[in-house]
Design a protein around this ligand. Sequence first.
Ligand SMILES: CC(=O)N[C@H]1[C@@H](OP(=O)(O)O)O[C@H](CO)[C@@H](O)[C@@H]1O
Ligand SMILES: [Mg+2]
Length: 583
Amino acid sequence: MEKLINLQLLEKLYNKNCTSNKGFKYAYGTAGFRYNADVLNTVMFTTGILSVLRSIYLQNKTIGIMITASHNPPQDNGVKIVEPMGEMLDQSWESIATDLANSASNSYNDFITYLNHLIKDKGIDLIDTSNGIGSVIVGRDSRESGPRLLETVLDAVYCFQHDSTERVSKILDAGILTTPQLHYLVYKTNVAKTLEKNEIGIGCYFDDFTRAWLDLCELYGFSTEHLKFALTIDAANGVGGFQMEKMISLLFTLCKTTVDGGNSTNISIVNNDWQKPNLLNNKCGADYVKTNQCLPNGVVSNSKFSTGGENTQKLNCSFDGDADRVIFYYQDNENKSSFHLLDGDRISTLFAKFFQHLLKESGLLDASDNDIKVGVVQTAYANGNSTKYITEVLKMDVSCTPTGVKHLHHEAVEKYDIGIYFEANGHGTIVFSEKIKSLVNNSMSNGNKALKTIEIFTRLINRTVGDAISDMLGVLAVLCILNLTPQDWYNEYSDLPNKLIKVVVPDRTVFKTTNAERQLVSPAGLQGKIDELVSSYGADSRSFVRASGTEDAVRVYAESSTKEMAESLAEKVGQLVSNCCGE
Ligand SMILES: CC(=O)N[C@H]1[C@@H](OP(=O)(O)O)O[C@H](CO)[C@@H](O)[C@@H]1O
Ligand SMILES: [Mg+2]
């Protein structure tokens, strides 16, 4: 270890960063480490150390670190590690990240002991470092605590200094950017096999996605300027707003059209005060809109919207704080009951319909030996009628996985050539297999528009992770190509009324599930009672219970044929949960 890690510096920087919250217990959850920013220094330090080790372990591939707490309130922050191809951290390393953080939280001795054990156990070669001594890219969202936490990560990386060659680990501070931009940057860096300072910057993200969008505009003859509807983007006062602004201004510059102050008349961004971090996710953003099923601050209903004389319809969307989720919606008038949500399930079904249409048009399905598998991956939180629509109307395959995009992503990659996955809350993407990419590329020369469209979509959609900006462009493109209004999109099927509640229990770990979290196996006997209750609410009813992976609570979901019944079912199942915990 001495050869590569400067132990003197390590101890000094450990004392600087890891002594304020001794004994705090950390856990790497669905979304990495996420807590109040005041207790995060220790885990930022250990995550910096672990990322360099992971990089060396993977033959010096570049690893990403994202400092964000997504849709959480401004006082929180968090950190997650990104794998070389832009995926989430390998699951077997999550417990290592947790153990390393908790060892450092205990004492310097425990930290060094665990570090030595880890290096030995994983066979990480710190002697022959001819391939390099690790490379890391770090990004952060717009939170106030970001710069301080970044300093701690940098401290950790500086501890890696080769004693004889005086080389240090490479680190690129990518600055303030969205989570999916960081994932994409890590992926591009590894594909290019280099991380020399400034060689690959976030410019690649804008180049690639604007190129794909403009290719589509050219193929179909629509333009960014002349979308059929006016789009208002609620940026949650987070980082997505100014990155989107850059994207819009690039699109307009590249289109060589006139831009009014950087904004088109058709696209506007509200809640874009990212420099006031206390406004982040405050009464705005994807999570707020999805949870409260209402317009966020700053977005007006269709009836209050002035089109400037043109008969332009209005569509809105909300990003979350780090812009890896997007949901759409519109409200006809001032009455809240005219609010229409187009959430992750709707995005999935729109893309599913679109790719089914393209595959038919492309002729790829005619060759039976192609055997192209297209499907949608959902979680148990997907509305029952969305699942019905996909299987019964579109006649497509649906898989259900446990909550958390890493599960959905994995299933989509494993099972499908075109795998569409979205959580109901708007986090998702589309993954394309190498097989479909090469089938498309090999048959494209004959001017087939559908094939060309699929090819462009493999570039327009961020392959690494859910991305509000890229998904939003994808949805806009589909609406333009299929000539659908927001109302047409909404009218494809009707959601079953549903209710999601939280129940606080003394120990949520006793709630264990099976069948993609749709049934409880523990506490014993509870599932039977839930089933009995559900059956008394009629055929369209469903309810399930699972422990949250990000909050100290149990979640109860229920749907039924009316709003009142869904609410009553959720409440009664919630009571069963409380009763069985002796509350
Ligand atoms: C019902 C729900 O929305 N659950 C969310 C939430 O997970 P829980 O394990 O339910 O707390 O946070 C996850 C991370 O952001 C997200 O992937 C997931 O969809
Ligand atoms: Mg997020």
